[in-house]
Ligand binder design. Structure first.
Ligand SMILES: C[C@](O)(C(=O)O)[C@H](CC(=O)O)C(=O)O
Length: 324
């Protein structure tokens, strides 16, 4: 939950980080601790809120990145730079909580996919997913998706695996990243063709499979059964193609990771629309009791105010000695 102004700061005081983000995620995937539940975050505030709530793994949504950074829909408009800058910032807020980040199509041919993988590794991202839509992609729960052929898709996966090998050879564990193969083929090619693409991606070295937009509980279970022992990710988009699953139901069906990409977006969208209407209609905004008590420090505390003050003091800074 949101730390109070009286809480002890953590940050550097949590001790040395012994494992890389990818190693931590691999441990979660290999453990019997159950499904990894990832709230979808898209900026510093939503990431902090998810961290304060105690989630052990985060998901950076590409749709949310397009919406929040560009004010644009999820239609393949974001570039590698938009995505990796956002992912690196989110990953850096707490290095002990791994970040899974959307990498769409990899943003070009094999050379560009390799560049994407190396950039995500350098940014400290624990895992990324790559899909088989054309570069002019769209949200996986929209109609009319177009695919690249299987050879082109597999060359994306091969490029990602090779780039990871190159980074691991240079840096060991710090060069690792968990590769998630996503296919959007179900909509146009059907279940067997989609599974075939995932199986081939796994043979090439993908660690996790992501069957986008499956349409029944049985299809989800069948995918998990057929792909075992490879962990399978479930993408929970309310109102999308996939029926609603709780984390427990997803685990029961055989999934190892569940992402809720629109979690924070939907909440922010609803609240911001209401706030805008309130100001437009009334010419002012209601001030809550909590706001009156805490002032702007309330939200600054949620995004690390105490850690910043403690860190500055420890480094010999004096700017905040008199309080803030
Ligand atoms: C998972 C996803 O790639 C995302 O960008 O978060 C999207 C989610 C969405 O658009 O709601 C997807 O293609 O499913």
């Amino acid at each position: 939950m949101t730390p109070s102004l009286d809480d002890l700061p953590h940050g550097y005081s949590v001790g040395p980080v012994h494992r890389t983000p990818a190693t931590r995620l691999r441990e979660m995937l290999n453990s019997n601790d159950g499904i990894v539940t990832c709230p979808g975050v898209y900026d510093g505030l939503t990431a902090r809120i998810a961290l304060n709530a105690g989630f052990k793994c985060l998901y950076m949504t590409g749709a949310g990145t397009a919406i929040s950074r560009l004010g644009m829909p999820d239609l393949g408009i974001t570039t590698l730079q938009d995505m990796v800058t956002n992912a690196g910032m989110i990953a850096s807020l707490d290095w002990t909580v791994p970040l899974i980040a959307d990498a769409d199509t990899g943003y070009g041919g094999p050379l560009m996919v390799a560049r994407t993988v190396e950039a995500y590794i350098s940014a400290g991202v624990a895992a990324l997913h790559l899909e088989d839509q054309v570069v002019n992609k769209r949200c996986g729960h929209l109609l009319g998706k177009e695919l690249v052929d299987e050879a082109a898709y597999l060359s994306r996966i091969r490029a990602a695996v090779l780039a990871r090998e190159r980074m691991r050879a240079a840096m060991g564990d710090a060069g690792d990243i968990v590769l998630i193969a996503r296919t959007d083929a179900l909509q146009s090619l059907g279940f067997e063709a989609a599974l075939d693409r995932l199986q081939k991606a796994i043979e090439l070295g993908a660690d996790v499979a992501f069957l986008e937009g499956f349409t029944s509980v049985q299809q989800g279970k069948d995918a998990c059964d057929r792909l075992t022992p490879t962990p399978v990710l479930l993408n929970m988009v309310p109102g999308g193609a996939t029926p609603n699953f709780t984390s427990a139901e997803a685990q029961e069906a055989g999934f190892k990771i569940i992402i809720f990409p629109g979690l924070m977006l939907a909440a922010a969208y609803g609240s911001c629309v209401a706030a805008a209407v309130e100001l437009k209609d009334s010419g002012t905004i209601a001030v809550t009791e909590k706001q009156r008590k805490e002032g702007p420090k309330g939200i600054f505390t949620a995004v690390g105010l105490l850690d910043c003050l403690t860190f500055d003091k420890k480094a010999g800074g004096t700017s905040y000695e008199g309080g803030v």
